[in-house]
Design a protein around this ligand. Structure first.
Ligand code: LLP
Length: 451
């Protein structure tokens, strides 16, 4: 059947040419428009909303796994760790395991979830600027492959926990002094923030020497993470230069050649049409030759590269679906479209001013698109999901809105604010759906009460 949609000159998005064609970034590759609806992984978003209620998150399994495999293909000789903080659940752990990735975890509970799914501990790297004794102990006892040390006290502490017969593999987290990332809150590659040992002032070299002095620890390499949403390769190239220089200093000073170099994650995705992404092929084409060249200059063997993408694997695979609860207009002419989610499932706009798009799904509107402020349902004027959305003039309560690029740092940063309850997550693939996480209910909230 040929599906024809009415054409609105003000709404080129709905031209007949777009019907059935991939929507393109920021949507998952599988996303197709069919009449007023959108299919993701072959499943109708409107049907998912009807079956699971709203707000609901949809995760395109094929998109996740294609992206994970794209890293492995672009960097066949590197270790690719999925950064679990972007989003973790049991299925993600199993997909990453099946697809041959490692995991970067940053809390005892992320580690515990991975272990509970049977993920091999030796393929896990544990991060954190402030790991508790219990977390370090769990990491050591479970045989985590590498622990990234982040303070002088932690080095001594970890050495005391690690067994003598099997030294714990360790990276030193280095601050290379490279500023990159979409917001000051995520720029961890610069001095004067709480992560790592700065190169400047000799802190990083001193940390390496302290690890080398601990017989229960085995220094396997250096680590750095510059920041998030980095769309250019240049910051990574500068980081390579500085990290290789430190490898060379450590060789000259302590006679040690470190076999691994972890450059962290931070690769950008598109949140809105036309925004730049840093795909693994472009990253590899720039970083690998630079690493080889710098190592040759310093007469060092090329260390095994380790990368830790999170957002770039899971971000574009997610779609958030909300129901419109209210529409109102302010005296100054703003149109507010309020939905049944917001800052408790997606704090990113409020925290970082992060930009998104919103799309009406589930019915076809012939009305022209007009500016709308998509707001959440939480008790703050700052709960604005999309300040500059374009939605049909007749958008009304009961309508469904979809926000793409919702897979990373949304559910993983979701909160209990206003006791709205965390939304469910449904995986889709090849026309089938699978509920991965159920909705948080009043019973869940009541269960934490002990009085
Ligand atoms: N490795 C380390 C040590 C990290 O700290 C992070 C992210 C990653 C890897 C993964 O970065 P990705 O490839 O996902 O950008 N909540 C913020 C992002 C915080 C990122 C924290 N660290 C946001 O929503 O933009």
């Amino acid at each position: 059947m040929t599906v024809l949609a009415p054409v609105s000159p003000k709404n080129p998005d709905r031209s007949p040419h777009a019907i059935g064609a991939p929507l393109g970034a920021p949507w998952p590759a599988s996303a197709r428009r069919v009449e007023g609806d959108i299919l993701v992984g072959g499943v109708s978003l409107a049907d998912l909303a009807a079956r699971h209620g709203t707000a609901v998150y949809v995760l395109d399994e094929s998109e996740v796994r294609t992206r994970a495999l794209a890293y492995r293909c672009a960097l066949p000789n590197a270790t690719v760790l999925y950064a679990a903080k972007a989003f973790l659940c049991g299925a993600m752990v199993r997909w990453m395991d099946d697809d041959g990735l490692g995991l970067d975890v940053c809390s005892g509970n992320e580690l515990g979830l991975a272990l509970a799914q049977g993920f091999p501990a030796r393929r896990i790297v544990m991060h954190g600027n402030a790991k508790s004794e219990a977390e370090l102990d769990l990491a050591v006892r479970s045989g985590v492959g590498r622990i990234v040390v982040d303070s002088f006290s932690e080095i001594a502490h970890l050495a005391a926990l690690a067994p003598a017969d099997e030294p714990q593999g360790v990276y030193v987290r280095v601050v290379p002094g490279v500023a990159a990332g979409h917001h000051a809150a995520v720029r961890t590659g610069v001095d004067d923030q709480q992560f790592g040992f700065p190169l400047s002032g000799g802190f990083a070299a001193e940390a390496a020497s302290r690890v080398l002095n601990q017989p229960h620890l085995r220094l396997e390499g250096l680590h750095c993470h510059l920041g998030s949403q980095i769309s250019q390769v240049e910051p990574f190239l500068i980081a390579v230069d500085r990290m290789v220089e430190l490898l060379s200093t450590l060789r000259d000073r302590y006679g040690i050649i470190l076999p691994e170099l972890d450059l962290g994650g931070g690769h950008a995705i598109a949140y809105r049409p036309g925004e730049p992404a840093l795909d693994p092929a472009r990253y590899a084409a720039a970083v690998l030759p630079r690493l080889a060249a710098r190592c040759a200059e310093h007469n060092l063997p090329v260390p095994r590269l380790v990368v830790e993408p999170g957002r770039a694997i899971v971000g574009p695979a997610g779609v958030a679906l909300y129901r419109v609860l209210a529409v109102k207009h302010s005296p100054s002419g703003h149109r507010f479209v309020a939905v049944d989610g917001g800052m408790s499932d997606n704090p990113r706009p409020a925290l970082y001013g992060a930009g998104y798009t919103a799309q009406l799904v589930g019915r076809f509107s012939r009305e022209p698109l007009q500016g709308a402020r998509v707001v959440g349902r939480h008790c703050e004027a700052g709960d604005v999901l999309v300040p500059d959305a374009l939605l049909p003039e007749d958008t009304r309560p009961g309508d469904l809105l979809a926000i793409p690029a919702a897979g990373a740092y949304q559910l993983s940063m979701s909160s209990g604010y206003n006791m709205v309850g965390r939304p469910p997550l449904v995986a889709v693939r090849d026309g089938a759906e699978r509920l991965l996480l159920r909705r948080e209910t009043l019973e869940d909230i009541l269960r934490r009460e002990i009085a």
